[in-house]
Design a protein around this ligand. Structure first.
Ligand code: APR
Length: 240
């Protein structure tokens, strides 16, 4: 199906980074983040307003864990497809660390590698050292708090990135969906958008779940096992 597809893109989620040791959000079992932590407290503007120090400390804890991990075979297999566009919900930079060119990775939910000013009218942004992330501090430009440059529940996605992803998903022959529960919108809506535009959908996930229900083919396995075998010898293109 991939060989017959002129235009292919990838839509990924936390499962892509699971084999690198990065916790997913909703997997069964004790490690999933949202079974250990409350997203309304830690990943919402309300939670930040209530206790900004706690929120920044939690993201810095995640940054410390990310500093200790490496891309896995799934990241490397995807990055090797240099003409592919990677649409990802992940805020880590493991695809880029695996060699994917930054302009071909669309981060729908932002990046944990940066802080930005919480004041919507101020566009101050800073790169953060994962090994030594700074605590809560004011923006040097406007004095409002700096916060992780990720998209919290109730916040809009970066519109330029969303428009690019949506427009691409309307022009595909095949969308490869990797490691997402496909339950968080508007990102999960890209699968429906692609299908409605005539694209095939291939899902790679040990528990295909919701995304599996929208798939032409569901490969029920770990991305680190399936993707190297699936993509070997292919030269896929997103056509843009
Ligand atoms: N390979 C492939 N898929 C995997 C693997 C693996 N090794 N391990 C787990 N998965 C799958 C799970 O079966 C599940 O379908 O990855 C998916 C992870 O789902 P979630 O934890 O819900 O993560 P995601 O879909 O990325 O969450 C979407 O929710 O919390 C917000 O902003 C956050 O971007 C995130 C969004």
């Amino acid at each position: 199906m991939l060989e017959q597809s002129r235009r292919v893109a990838v839509f990924s989620g936390a499962g892509l980074s699971a084999e690198s040791g990065v916790a997913t959000f909703r997997d069964p079992g004790p490690d999933a983040l949202w079974s250990r932590f409350d997203p309304t407290e830690l990943a919402s503007p309300e939670g930040f307003a209530a206790d900004p120090e706690r929120v920044v400390a939690w993201y810095n804890w995640r940054r410390g864990r990310l500093a200790a991990v490496q891309p896995n075979p799934a990241h490397r297999a995807l990055a090797a497809q240099t003409r592919l566009i990677q649409i990802t919900q992940n805020v880590d930079s493991l695809l880029e660390q695996a060699g994917a060119s930054a302009d071909r990775v669309y981060h729908l939910h932002g990046s944990i590698m940066r802080d930005r000013c919480h004041n919507a009218a101020c566009d101050h942004v800073e790169t953060v050292d994962l090994r030594n992330p700074p605590p809560l501090r004011p923006c040097p430009r406007c004095g409002a708090y700096l916060r992780p440059a990720v998209v919290w529940f109730g916040e809009a996605l970066p519109q330029d990135v969303w428009r690019q992803a949506e427009s691409l998903c309307r022009q595909l022959d095949c969308l490869l969906v990797v490691g997402t529960s496909a339950t968080v919108y508007p990102a999960a809506g890209l699968i429906e958008i692609a299908r409605a535009a005539g694209s095939r959908v291939v899902v790679v996930d040990p528990n295909p779940g919701v995304a599996g229900g929208q798939a032409d083919l569901a490969l029920a396995g770990a991305a680190g096992d399936v993707l190297p075998a699936l993509l070997e010898g292919l030269d896929l293109d997103s056509g843009s």
